[in-house]
Design a protein around this ligand. Structure first.
Ligand SMILES: O=C(O)CCC(=O)C(=O)O
Ligand SMILES: [Fe+2]
Length: 170
């Protein structure tokens, strides 16, 4: 998080402070189990989404399956031994006013192998903090792209938008 703060021209502790500091950060672990699938092209393990977290760290069992939507195409993440995947989530995207992107990604199933991933989400407190672009990264030329919302409101908004989109597509 220090590196990301410095990248925005801020003090190194700034982003960490803005998400509530280490005392307030909530760590949640999710284990994704992707069974073998005889027709992987017909199924999705985890549908396309962006993470709501500040940061997400992922370890996996070296079976490819994570894809990122990059430059208009789905790109499969390389399996690099002894590495950890880090995603920037919506929270940092909002605070940075979109300078850091919360990338759209999904998880595919595999024909031959079971895939398992362990994701740890670093999340800000649900109600205590209002998430909005930091004043230092907002200018006249780059106005705030995100309205102020608590983390809980952000989740609600995202779910509401998704259900609206599902209704409209019917
Ligand atoms: O399985 C993966 O590599 C990614 C899973 C994921 O995107 C998630 O759990 O949010
Ligand atoms: Fe994710």
């Amino acid at each position: 998080m220090s590196v990301l703060s410095i990248g925005l021209g801020l003090e190194e502790g700034r982003l960490e402070k803005e998400v509530g500091g280490l005392e307030e950060l909530l760590l949640q672990m999710k284990i994704n189990y992707y069974p073998r699938c005889p027709q992987p092209e017909l199924a999705l393990g985890v549908e396309a989404h962006t993470d709501i977290s500040a940061l997400t760290f992922i370890l996996h069992n070296m079976v490819p399956g994570l894809q990122l939507f990059y430059q208009g195409k789905w790109v499969t993440a390389k399996c690099v031994p002894n590495s950890i995947i880090m995603h920037i989530g919506d929270t940092i995207e909002i605070l940075s006013n979109g300078k850091y992107k919360s990338i759209l990604h999904r998880g595919l199933v595999n024909k031959e192998k079971v895939r398992i991933s362990w994701a740890v989400f670093f999340e800000p407190p649900k109600e205590k903090i209002i998430l909005k672009p930091l004043p230092e990264v907002v200018t006249e030329a780059e106005p705030a792209q995100f309205p102020p919302r608590t983390f809980a409101q952000h989740i609600e908004h995202k779910l509401f938008r998704k259900s609206q989109e599902a209704l409209l597509s019917k």
